[in-house]
Design a protein around this ligand. Structure first.
Ligand SMILES: O=P(O)(O)OC[C@H]1O[C@](O)(CO)[C@@H](O)[C@@H]1O
Ligand SMILES: [Mn+2]
Length: 418
C-alpha cells in the first residue's frame, strides 16, 4: 500500500496527518528553545536552530514528494535499497514519499526526526512528545482510578482476564498519532463501556487466549515468562499494566517483559522513561490512594524482576515482523523463548500482517507470513486500512455502511495465533 491513491488512508496520512505532526514537533522545539539555551548555553541554542532547520527540510521533502534520502543508519539504507530493488528497478531516486510503501514512509519520517536529535550534542535524548504524553495521563486520572478500583476489587479467573483483554484493547483508542497530537484521552468509565463496545470487536479470541494461558500455567517450564510488546503511553499503558498485573496475580505467568521503543515514535509510544514516569506519577498522587497502591505493587514488581522493561531498536525499524527472523535473529530467538506474546496497537498489527490488503477472511495466522516465535495475541483498534481474520461477510457489510470504517479506531480485534 502506498500514498498515491487519493482515496486511501495512506494518502491522507502523508498529505495531511504527517505534515501537521511534524509542524507541531518544530513548534515544540522552537518553544523549548529558550529553556534549552538557558540551561545548556549558547552552543545548545545554536544547535536548536540547526535541528529546526533539519526538521523543516524534512517537511519540505515530504510535502514536495522528493526522493527518500539515505540516512546515517545502515539498517535504514539497506531497507531503502531493498524497496528500490523490489518495486523501482533498483533506482533509489524513484522511491518518493507518495509512491513508496506507506508503512515505510511513515516510519521514515520519525526515523529522520530522531536522527536530527540523535546526531546533535545537546538534544540527543530530547523527546518532543514528552509533554503530550504526560498531559494525556493527567487527563485520564479519573478513568484510571475507576479501572484501578475494579482491578483491585475483582476475583482472578477467566472472566477478569477476558475483561482486561478488552480493557487493554480499548486503551489503544487513546493514541495521539491518530488525533495528530490533539488530546485523545479515555472518556468516562471504560469498565461500564465494555458491554456496548463488545459488538465492535470484530474478531474476539479471548476465550482461546485464556485456554492457551491455562496451558502455560500448567506447563513445567519455569519461570513462565511472557513478552508484552507495548504501544502507547498514558492511559493505554495503564490498561496494559492492569492486564499484566492480572496475569501475574492469577498465577498464569511468573514474569512479564515489556518491550518498548528506543526512540520517540508515533507521538505516544512508550519509551523506558515513560514507563517509569507513569509509576512515579501514580505514586505521587496521594489524593488517589488506588493509584498509589497499584504503583507500589508495580514498582515492587519492577524491583523483583517480575516486570521488566526492555528497549530494542527493531521496533523503530521499518521492517514487517516476518522479516525479523532474518534481519534481527537474536530478537526473534528471544521472543521465541517466551511462553506467550501480546502485541499492542495498530502499528504493531500493520507490521504483523505486512500492511497488506488481505481478503478480510484470510485467517489471521496465515497473514503473519510465518512470523511465529511463540503463541501470540494481537490487541488492536483499527486505525489503518488493512485487516485479516474477520468472520464471513463482516468486512463487506461494514464497507457498505462507511468506507472509512478501518481508519477510525471504532472497531477492535483480539486475535490469536498459536
Ligand atoms: O498507536 P497505534 O495504535 O500503533 O496507532 C498509530 C497510528 O499509526 C497509524 O497506524 C498510521 O498512521 C494510524 O492509523 C494510527 O493513528
Ligand atoms: Mn502508537
Amino acid at each position: 500500500m502506498c500514498a498515491k491513491y487519493k482515496k486511501g488512508f495512506g494518502y491522507k496520512t502523508i498529505n495531511q496527518r504527517l505534515p501537521v505532526i511534524l509542524t507541531k514537533v518544530i513548534d515544540q522545539v522552537a518553544r523549548d528553545k529558550n529553556d534549552i539555551g538557558k540551561k545548556l548555553g549558547a552552543g545548545a541554542l545554536e544547535e536548536v536552530k540547526d535541528v529546526i532547520g533539519e526538521l523543516a527540510k524534512l517537511k519540505n521533502e515530504m510535502v514536495t514528494n522528493k526522493s527518500i534520502q539515505r540516512t546515517g543508519s545502515a539498517v535504514w539504507n539497506e531497507y531503502l535499497a531493498n524497496v528500490a530493488k523490489k518495486s523501482f528497478n533498483g533506482i533509489e531516486e524513484c522511491v518518493r514519499w507518495y509512491v513508496a510503501p506507506w508503512l515505510f514512509v511513515e516510519c521514515y519520517m520519525y526515523h529522520r526526526m530522531n536522527e536530527a536529535f540523535r546526531t546533535s550534542t545537546f538534544l540527543k535524548t530530547y523527546d518532543p512528545f514528552r509533554g503530550q504524553k504526560e498531559e494525556a495521563f493527567f487527563e485520564s486520572v479519573e478513568p484510571a482510578c475507576v479501572l484501578g478500583e475494579f482491578v483491585l476489587g475483582s476475583k482472578n479467573g477467566p472472566e477478569l482476564l477476558k475483561t482486561l483483554l478488552e480493557v487493554s484493547l480499548w486503551g489503544n483508542r487513546c493514541d495521539l498519532s491518530i488525533s495528530q497530537g490533539e488530546s485523545n484521552a479515555q472518556d468516562g468509565n471504560l469498565v461500564d463501556q465494555l458491554v456496548p463496545l463488545r459488538e465492535k470487536i470484530l474478531a474476539n479470541d479471548s476465550q482461546q487466549v485464556w485456554e492457551v494461558l491455562e496451558k502455560v500455567r500448567k506447563s513445567s517450564s519455569s519461570p513462565r515468562r511472557i513478552g508484552y510488546i507495548l504501544d502507547n503511553s498514558s492511559f493505554e499503558l495503564f490498561t496494559d499494566l492492569c492486564l499484566a498485573n492480572a496475569l501475574l496475580e492469577s498465577g498464569l505467568v511468573d514474569n512479564v517483559d515489556f518491550y518498548v521503543k528506543a526512540q520517540p515514535w508515533f507521538i505516544s509510544d512508550v519509551l523506558v522513561q515513560d514507563f517509569h514516569w507513569l509509576l512515579d506519577t501514580m505514586a505521587s498522587l496521594t489524593d488517589k490512594p488506588v493509584l498509589v497502591q497499584l504503583a507500589t505493587k508495580w514498582k515492587e514488581n519492577v524491583q523483583t524482576g517480575r516486570f521488566s522493561v526492555v528497549e530494542h531498536e527493531f521496533w523503530t525499524y521499518p521492517h514487517a515482523f516476518f522479516e525479523m527472523k532474518d534481519s534481527e535473529p537474536a530478537l526473534y530467538h528471544e521472543l521465541g523463548s517466551k511462553a506467550f506474546l501480546i502485541f499492542k496497537g495498530d502499528l504493531n498489527y500493520r507490521k504483523l500482517i505486512f500492511d497488506t490488503n488481505w481478503d478480510f477472511e484470510t485467517p489471521f495466522p496465515k497473514s503473519l507470513l510465518g512470523f511465529s516465535p511463540a503463541p501470540l495475541v494481537a490487541l488492536r483498534t483499527l486505525k489503518a486500512d488493512c485487516v485479516s481474520g474477520l468472520p464471513a461477510g463482516v468486512g463487506e457489510k461494514l464497507s457498505e455502511i462507511n468506507h472509512d470504517w478501518m481508519n477510525t479506531g471504532e472497531y477492535g480485534l483480539i486475535q490469536l495465533s498459536e
